[in-house]
Design a protein around this ligand. Structure first.
Ligand code: BG6
Length: 256
């Protein structure tokens, strides 16, 4: 639209797409750190991208977080398909209930009048729990569903913010700081070069599984997430669609 061209948003979208070599970039006006309703707009933009993408049967794996919760709020029943199944991408118990993938998936299903699966697994597990959980038929079944997803919807977090939200112990936090962790997605922590410097043991989608997923939609905005988003995009799969805001986009373009 004229408005978007006038504000240079179209140009920024094209620049980011070419810099980071991803499928598509959508930028909404404003900065969600400064104006809370911008996060609502991220949700709306994600919903509209999903509508363009979805036809027929789709399994959609979803992570947690307040941004994903904003996406859930903006979904409506007017999808071209009613054969959708929302499933948590990984265990998420430990986050605040409204930000847990289980809660978000159930809201997504309710708002689109489709289905969801629950995955009652903690955000982080010990080695012992991991090994025994992986033997559980019900867990195995959900893992199969997650891996066969056609769309993954996920948030990106600032590394230290996420580590604190996960009540990471002081020693581990110190290690992450010394290794310059700046970004987080799917329980993986990245440095500015996009290298994984730390990972929480998690049941569910692993970073290496993303290559097999036809569409990956990353939704993250706010100027405080610039480093995090940039880190994640260094090695993000080429089928990634990034939904972000102007506050983050401007920071991402600095130096290019
Ligand atoms: C968490 C995910 O639930 O939300 C993280 O496990 C993600 O991978 C984070 O980075 C993003 O949260 P928010 O509230 O900034 O959207």
């Amino acid at each position: 639209s004229v408005m978007r061209e006038a504000s240079g948003i179209d140009v920024m979208e094209a620049q980011l797409k070419s810099i980071f070599q991803i499928q598509k970039v959508v930028i909404v006006s404003g900065d969600s750190d400064e104006t809370p309703w911008v996060k609502t707009e991220l949700g709306r933009a994600c919903a509209s991208s999903m509508k363009k993408l979805i036809m027929g049967k789709n399994i959609i794996a979803v992570t947690g977080g307040s941004t994903m919760a904003a996406v859930a709020d903006k979904l409506t029943p007017d999808f071209k398909s009613d054969d959708l199944l929302f499933v948590p991408a990984r265990g998420g118990i430990g986050e605040e209930v409204q930000n847990q993938a289980n809660t978000i998936c159930s809201k997504m299903a309710a708002n689109t009048r489709t289905k969801h699966r629950v995955f009652y697994v903690p955000d982080q597990v010990s080695n012992e729990i991991y090994t025994s959980f992986m033997k559980e038929p019900m867990i195995k079944e959900v893992l199969e569903i997650i891996r066969s997803a056609s769309i993954v919807l996920h948030g990106i977090g600032d590394a230290i913010t996420m580590a604190e939200r996960r009540k990471t112990d002081a020693k581990e936090l110190e290690k992450m700081r010394s290794e310059n962790a700046v970004g987080e997605a799917f329980g993986y922590y990245f440095n500015e070069a996009g290298e994984v410097v730390h990972k929480v043991l998690t049941v569910g989608l692993q970073l290496s599984d993303l290559d097999e997923i036809p569409n990956v939609i990353a939704v993250a905005g706010g100027s405080s997430k610039v480093k995090a988003i940039k880190a994640y995009l260094q090695k993000a799969p080429s089928q990634t669609i990034l939904i972000t805001d102007e506050g983050a986009a401007k920071g991402l373009l600095k130096g290019y």
